[in-house]
Design a protein around this ligand. Structure first.
Ligand SMILES: Cc1cc2nc3c(=O)[nH]c(=O)nc-3n(C[C@H](O)[C@H](O)[C@H](O)COP(=O)(O)OP(=O)(O)OC[C@H]3O[C@@H](n4cnc5c(N)ncnc54)[C@H](O)[C@@H]3O)c2cc1C
Length: 380
């Protein structure tokens, strides 16, 4: 068993770190969060340096990289700024991976070169007001019409809809079958007539955030269908595994940044004539944080490796999502405590990690749902 990164992967990481130190320094991330401003300059810097093409095949202008390479990209973006990583992962997963997996030759030719250049961004809409954890009970309807399909319904929590060019929308094209059947995926233009987007105020993830979207007689051409009509659920499952890798890597990066800040603070903040890190109550917290983070990283790269080998399972996807999400939440919480009153102040960054990390155990499948998947695999 070899746990080392290749020389190319080490180089990849070093390039990214250099780029992100300039394109997305901590004060820029703070400003984006404070002002609810998407990190456009950082997104464009990654685009200019070809990072959106990392997993796109060379014939479409990409580098044909692996899931392991992608995990490195997202861990580093998450370390710099989690909201940047969220934006990057959505475009790469729903504009890149999904199209590579299910796109027609025309969709691939149209979209993959633009994704590779970072010219477009793509978001994902499955959740509805009445279908969250039970995502397959979605009701948004796509009905055949002269122009192709007419979409009616409502989505909630479509993150980045207002800054995306395309949305991968999951809709129902048939109501006569079991809930996992009759589902079709569409890659739609986000600016079509009949689409209304409303921003949702949230605890964290403020730079890009999330939205409520209403679809009222939205006409989409037949060419917007991604994959096979009525059999979209199997694809959704695959996209969500990919999403779990990306999110887990990004959140492990963000958790590492929160940990390093708290560690440095514990070494420099003095009380009772000594650094607070010399009190066992603080040093043991940091030791627990570090041990959990080491496990997160191991799980992320193990899962990426399994994906590259075609050996990843539903269990592996649930374990990595559960552990990395819970670890990020724990690290941000303990980090805030280590900063004492300053952790509670908006001028210090721990509050941002604390707010953002709360989503890690909720979004893209809650921790309870991950535990259900693991338990089901155990025959429970
Ligand atoms: C900021 C943010 C961004 C998001 N971004 C996106 C996005 O871009 N695209 C998108 O489609 N969705 C997105 N989501 C939606 C997200 O994936 C859902 O919120 C999540 O899946 C949970 O669904 P729900 O909120 O409806 O909670 P519910 O499903 O109503 O669950 C409520 C509670 O009940 C528990 N629960 C439910 N069922 C079970 C069960 N069987 N066993 C045990 N416990 C259970 C849950 O774990 C949870 O604690 C986002 C959400 C947020 C908050």
């Amino acid at each position: 068993m070899d746990f080392s990164f290749s020389n190319d992967q080490e180089e990849l990481r070093a390039h990214l770190q250099t780029l992100l130190r300039t394109a997305c320094p901590p004060d820029y991330a703070e400003r984006c969060d404070n002002e609810a401003m998407p990190p456009r300059e950082a997104y464009q810097a990654l685009a200019k340096n070809g990072w959106f093409g990392l997993i796109v095949p060379p014939e479409y202008g990409g580098a044909g990289g692996s899931a392991m390479d992608l995990a490195i990209l997202l861990e580093e973006c998450g370390y710099a700024f989690e909201e940047l990583a969220m934006w990057v992962f959505r475009t790469i997963t729903y504009g890149g991976y999904a199209v590579m997996r299910d796109g027609s030759p025309e969709q691939k030719a149209l979209l993959l070169p633009r994704v590779a250049k970072g010219d477009i961004s793509v978001c994902f809409a499955i959740t509805e007001p009445h279908s969250g954890s039970d995502a397959a009970s979605l009701k948004t309807q796509a009905t055949r019409c002269d122009e192709g399909y007419e979409i009616n319904g409502q989505k909630v929590f479509t993150s980045g809809m207002d800054i995306s060019d395309y949305c991968l929308l999951v809709a129902r094209t048939s109501t006569h079958e079991k809930k996992h059947q009759g589902i079709t995926n569409f890659l739609i233009d986000t600016k079509l007539p009949g689409i209304e987007v409303k921003k949702i105020k949230t605890l964290g993830q403020r730079a890009i955030g999330t939205t409520q979207v209403f679809y009222n007689q939205v006409k989409v051409p037949e060419s917007a269908v991604l994959g096979t009509v009525g059999q979209g659920w199997r694809s959704v499952d695959a996209y969500i595994w990919y999403e779990r890798l990306c999110l887990s890597a990004a959140r492990t990066g963000a958790a590492t940044a929160a940990f390093e800040y708290a560690l440095n603070y514990a070494k420099t903040r003095r009380q009772f004539g000594q650094p607070i890190g010399s009190f066992q109550a603080i040093s043991h917290q940091l030791a627990d944080m570090k041990a959990a983070l080491d496990i997160s990283r191991t799980l992320v790269y193990r899962f990426a490796w399994l994906m590259d080998q075609g050996k990843a399972t539903r269990h592996d996807a649930a374990v990595v999502k559960l552990h990395t999400g819970e670890t990020y939440k724990m690290v941000a919480d303990k980090g805030l405590q280590i900063l004492g009153g300053y952790g509670y102040c908006m001028e210090y960054p721990l509050q941002r990690f604390y707010r953002d990390s709360r989503l890690a155990t909720i979004g893209a499948g809650t921790s309870e749902i991950q535990r259900n998947i693991i338990a089901k695999g155990l025959g429970l």
